[in-house]
Design a protein around this ligand. Structure first.
Ligand SMILES: [Zn+2]
Length: 75
């Protein structure tokens, strides 16, 4: 489910919304009413995964590397 996190630019409050269409996007802060809501990039929404971090040493591929085969260090 596409649950997005938003942050209020005025009070810094966070809110989460289940967004199924554009009408579900919050337009104002429920806490202070400011219309400074910006979307927070959450760790849940990794659609097109950016280059993942390599916590491992070049000689040992991490689990995500070995499954995707995209690791320059793996294999
Ligand atoms: Zn606010």
């Amino acid at each position: 489910m596409p649950i997005f996190e938003y942050e209020c630019g005025a009070c810094g409050g966070r809110l989460e919304r289940l967004v199924r269409n554009a009408g579900d996007v919050p337009k104002s802060c429920p806490a202070c009413g400011a219309r400074k809501i910006s979307k927070v990039l959450s760790t849940f929404s990794v659609g097109a995964a950016p280059a993942h971090k390599h916590e491992h040493t070049p000689s040992a591929a991490c689990s995500s590397c070995s499954s995707s085969g995209a690791c320059p260090y793996g294999g």
